[in-house]
Write a protein that binds this ligand. Structure first.
Ligand SMILES: [Zn+2]
Ligand SMILES: [Zn+2]
Length: 435
């Protein structure tokens, strides 16, 4: 019989293991888990350098399913249950590397102890194993860096939707407010809507490496919404643990993809030649190019619909529905009668709040000119209030801000005048919103 321990409070992991026929014991401290084959722990870092008997599986930033899969894989590798470990699968799981390092060290020691060798042979074994270990340690160090210190909103998996305004800014670069990007999460599935400058590094800071995101949607192809796509696309794919599939949807995404792979042809081929599989970049990329009025698709069990909205380029609003909840992301837009019915009763409605700002960072005349220039492509505060109120949205999140911040008094007045009954949320980079 296999022995599994699960650190408190991850009772959902124990339940999932039980469903698969494994008994697991909850433990208060991972250090209590003596004599277990596998121990599921919150944080691998605390075991750095310490002797560990069984295998450790980390929960941080991972879904219950991923955790259970890795537990099974560990048991298989240890010969505790039948089946052969799938090496490609094992390399995709986060937090796997500590075990791999321990395993490699044990393997090297065993090779030295059990097989009589000549001095030269021994030297080469040690060298080979050391290289292997060094690589794995490096990989682990990188992973640690990803996770260092801060607690991540992605340490837990929500029951339904979660929205994170990864970048809440506008086309003018500002420190502390990055270009637009909104992450929609449903349970352990991620949907990135737009990818403005710094999106990939902000996601990493938040504890969600780009490699974990396999659904990339674009509202439109303006540079403040796609400026970081090259990094997201290539960085998320490269290396042995990179993503191996990508769904790409939105207007002009075929063109964006073709341009990217043509421009980076040699770069991508070089990386592939170093051992990164082509899947996820050159192959296994599923493109849904929006060319008609309305679109509907299903990705990872979430129904996604999109309608065109008025802006200066072909632009779409997205609606995500699953488990009786809904999230709408408006994209950049001027007022349209179409948005309220599309966003009807949304639990979270993310809106282009460009015009809710004070524009106080700009000289008066420049602010006035800009405001005038933006009319017709971004909705006024009053228009936003009307759309949110008509939709009956429960939370209206105003993003695409900056240039001196939001004119909150005016926003409150406009939303109240429009009889908006929900909650108004001013976005920040990394702000987490739940229904
Ligand atoms: Zn735009
Ligand atoms: Zn924009």
């Amino acid at each position: 019989m296999v022995k599994i321990a699960v650190e408190q409070p991850f009772a959902d992991v124990r339940r999932a293991l039980k469903k698969k026929g494994y008994q697991a014991k909850m433990v208060k401290q991972p250090t209590d888990a003596i004599g277990y084959d596998v121990c599921v722990v919150r944080n691998l870092d605390v075991f750095d350098g310490s002797h560990v008997e069984g295998s450790l599986v980390e929960t941080r930033g991972r879904s219950v399913n991923e955790i259970v899969d890795e537990v099974e894989e560990r048991l298989q590798r240890a010969g505790k249950i039948a089946g052969t470990a799938d090496a490609s699968k094992s390399s995709s799981g986060g937090g796997f590397t500590t075990g791999a390092v321990i395993g490699a060290l044990a393997g090297a020691a065993a090779a030295l102890l059990t097989t009589p060798k000549t001095g030269k042979e021994l030297q080469s074994i040690v060298k080979e194993k050391t290289l292997e270990v060094t690589d794995q340690v490096k990989e682990k160090a990188n992973e640690m860096k990803e996770k260092k210190g801060k607690s991540s909103p992605f340490e837990t998996i929500p029951d339904g939707f979660r929205v994170v305004t990864v970048g809440s800014g506008n086309p003018l670069t500002e420190v502390g407010r990055n270009a637009p990007s909104t992450l929609v999460q449903y349970k352990d599935k991620y949907f990135l809507v737009d990818c403005g400058a710094s999106t990939t590094s902000t996601l990493m800071e938040l504890g969600l490496p780009a490699k974990k995101i396999t659904n990339m949607l674009f509202t439109h192809q303006h540079v403040d919404h796609n400026g970081d796509f090259w990094t997201f696309f290539i960085d998320g794919w490269q290396g042995s643990t990179g993503r191996r599939e990508l769904n790409l949807a939105g207007p002009q995404v075929q063109d964006l993809y073709d341009t990217t792979v043509n421009f980076f042809k040699k770069d991508l081929e070089y990386r592939a030649s170093l051992g990164t599989a082509k899947d996820g970049a050159l192959t296994n990329v599923n493109i849904t190019d929006f060319t008609e009025d309305q679109h509907s698709l299903e990705l990872d069990g979430v129904k996604i619909t999109a309608i065109p909205v008025p802006h200066t380029a072909p632009t779409y609003a997205f609606r995500f529905e699953a488990g009786g909840q809904s999230v709408v992301v408006s994209g950049d837009l001027a007022y349209t009668d179409d948005l309220a019915p599309f966003a009807k009763d949304a639990d979270i409605l993310v809106l282009d709040g460009m015009m809710t700002g004070t524009f106080s960072d700009l000289p008066e005349q420049a602010a006035e000119n800009l405001r005038e220039g933006l009319e017709g492509s971004h909705a006024t505060t009053e228009d936003l209030a009307k759309m949110a109120a008509d939709a009956g949205a429960k939370k209206a999140v105003l993003t695409h801000l900056g240039l001196g911040g939001m004119d909150t008094a005016n926003v409150k007045k406009a939303f109240s005048d429009a009889n908006f009954k929900g909650e108004i949320v001013a976005a920040e980079d990394g702000l987490v919103i739940h229904p």
